[in-house]
Design a protein around this ligand. Structure first.
Ligand code: ZN
Length: 210
């Protein structure tokens, strides 16, 4: 096994610069337990820099990533264990008061699901991906047939965020926290090329976050 050069170089740069500048903060963080201000569930996509977008420092955000930022429904026992264990720890142990679902434009997971469902057949032998993305079926079915073709995937991406929030409410311990006003659930959709963020409002529509 060979360590790639870029890894060593970037690590050395970080240690000599960023780490040095924030040494006291890292030191303090190691002596106290973490107390994140929000949990962020987002996509594995390498273009989503949630700590950069929301100016995160050491200990600010508790992050969980999966393909297409999905919170699987309660009845999908095989799919939900990893995401829900992260949420369980965030809410029961860390008592994080904000849970953000951060979806995004150009999502390869959502696009793959869209193409697969439109063809009604799947020639790819992606054993795990196909199973994971089956949680998107119900969001796909809500895409209006008369929507212009170029808006369908954006709609699908945003519907997936809404559905994930609905799925969160199926879990009793999460629903209880929401009803007791101890947990604020926030749906966000991020557009990669423009930096625009849209937030899901109380009327269940996405509006620009200014
Ligand atoms: Zn994605």
């Amino acid at each position: 096994m060979e360590i790639p050069k870029f890894l060593i170089q970037r690590y050395q740069f970080w240690k000599k610069n960023t780490f040095k500048d924030y040494k006291n903060i890292y030191d303090l963080a190691s002596k106290t337990s973490q107390k994140p201000i929000a949990m962020i569930i987002t996509c594995c996509d390498s273009r989503i820099l949630e700590n950069s977008i929301f100016d995160g420092g050491v200990g600010d955000y508790f992050i969980h990533r999966n393909i297409a930022n999905i919170v699987p429904p309660k009845n999908k026992k095989e799919q939900n264990i990893q995401t829900l264990s992260a949420i369980e720890y965030a809410l029961k142990v860390l008592k994080i008061p904000n849970l953000i679902i951060l979806g995004h434009s150009n999502c390869g997971g959502v696009e793959y699901s869209y193409k697969t469902l439109i063809d009604k057949k799947n020639s790819n032998n992606f054993e795990f991906i196909n199973k994971w993305l089956s949680s998107l079926d119900s969001s796909y079915n809500k895409i209006p047939k008369d929507l212009p073709e170029n808006e369908k995937i954006t709609f699908f991406e945003q519907e997936n965020i809404k559905q994930s929030i609905k799925n969160l409410c199926e879990y009793d311990f999460i629903n209880k926290l929401i009803n007791e006003n101890k947990l604020n659930v926030i749906g966000l959709w991020y557009q990669i090329n423009s930096g625009l963020i849209k937030i899901l409002n109380k009327q269940n529509s996405f509006i620009d976050l200014d």
